[in-house]
Design a protein around this ligand. Structure first.
Ligand code: KG4
Ligand code: ZN
Length: 371
């Protein structure tokens, strides 16, 4: 049995969690504490990296303490400490990784440096025991990508946004229409009262092959349409939100259809599965569209519980546990030998693509990087 402390600080959530993983690989989440810094960033309409880093410093010790107390686990009983080592806002990543290193050093247990994206990628294995290989659609404030999750440590990026992340596009659209931050829920609420057919907005890049996406032009089209309406009535805001959301759902629907076909080509004998993760996956209209497309392509759509597919530390602890299990299988002594074979020397990284082969895309960055 493994007991793992996970720490996540790569954006605007300060989070710690403790997991217990049994011999058969089943996981019990003993605690999962997430402090969202929304209140700190709301006045600025987006995440401010400097404020985030300071808040992580102030909050993290207390959050880790709370996670350990809730789990009722002693530090000396931990098997390992896992922390996000990137990609993300570097100030926050430094705070989390250094805290994790200090704890690991103090209790003489291995440190596992986790790629934040790997945390998202493997969550559905914790919640739904999803077998490899599967597709992952990650749609958050900082990331928008299709990944092929082939095996532990084997990821292929099939497509990504070439500019704004989808959540970022929701947030910026909300801001320009005078709606509150975070924009996603506000746009979704307004869209429910609007007519999606009123404005003809673009579906960028859909005419191109592959799975790349672009959302900056869509947001600009909303701005142009809004400027024509000045002063923008409440109904016009609702219609713009509905039209924007419809365009995003269209893009994701068409791209997902292509992802399903690509999966079938690669793995003709494997059932097609796609996991959706990230804050935008909470959007009902997008979920409905993805479910329709999945049904048309005989694919299964798996959506882990919302609080486990937005940023949290349970997913980091789980990814750490999967990695640790592999390391222990190779060398059982790693659990007794801190600093030998573990990630104590890993540096915090602002960028860290899961797919080491695909080139990184210009403009693809974490939420807040442009604030
Ligand atoms: O995964 P997440 O909680 O955090 C990070 O990106 O780190 O995602 C937050 C993003 C925000 O941009 C927010 O506007 C968006 O997810 N979001 C939504 C909805 N709820 C949150 N976007 C569309 N519809 C929603 N219901
Ligand atoms: Zn994330």
């Amino acid at each position: 049995m493994l007991t793992i402390l996970g720490i996540e600080t790569s954006c605007d959530e300060t989070a710690a969690a403790v997991l217990e993983i049994n011999q058969d690989g089943k996981c019990v989440i003993l605690s999962n504490v997430v402090h969202s810094q929304i209140d700190e960033h709301t006045p600025f309409g987006g995440v401010v990296p400097e404020i985030a880093a300071r808040a992580h410093i102030q909050l993290l010790d207390g959050i880790v303490d709370q996670a350990m107390k809730t789990a009722n686990v002693k530090y000396s009983n931990l098997s390992a400490v896992a922390a996000t080592a990137g990609p993300g806002l570097i100030g926050g990543v430094i705070v989390g990784l250094m805290t994790a290193k200090s704890i690991a050093m103090a209790i003489d247990k291995p440190l596992i440096a986790v790629n934040h994206l790997e945390g998202h990628a493997l969550t559905a294995r914790m919640t739904d025991q999803v077998e490899f290989p599967f597709l992952l659609l990650l749609v958050s404030g900082g990331h928008t990508q299709y990944l092929l999750v082939k095996a532990l440590g084997e990821y292929e990026r099939l497509g990504t946004t070439i500019d704004d992340a989808i959540g970022e596009a929701f947030d910026k659209t909300a801001k320009l229409l005078g709606l509150p931050y975070p924009g996603g829920p506000a746009v979704e609420k307004a869209a429910k009262l609007g007519d999606p057919t009123v404005y003809k907005l673009p579906r960028p890049l859909l005419d191109r092959p592959g799975l790349d996406m672009s959302f900056a032009g869509l947001k600009t089209a909303v701005r142009t349409a809004a400027l024509k309406e000045e002063p923008v009535s409440e109904q016009a805001v609702n219609n713009l939100c509905a039209s924007f959301q419809e365009a995003v759902a269209d893009v994701l629907g068409k791209r997902s259809a292509r992802a399903f076909e690509l999966f079938k080509d690669r793995y003709p004998d494997t059932p097609v599965k796609m996991v959706i993760a990230g804050g935008v996956a909470a959007n009902e209209a997008i979920r409905i569209r993805l479910n329709e497309v999945a049904a048309e392509h005989s694919a299964e759509l798996i959506a882990p519980p919302h609080k486990l597919c937005t940023d949290n530390a349970a997913m980091i602890a789980w990814a750490g546990a999967e990695r640790l299990r592999k390391l222990v299988a190779e060398d059982p002594s790693i659990l007794e030998q801190n600093g030998k074979g573990d990630d104590m020397n890993e540096a915090p990284r602002p960028r860290w693509p899961l797919d080491k082969i695909s080139e990184s895309v210009v403009g693809f960055g974490r939420k807040g990087a442009k604030v």
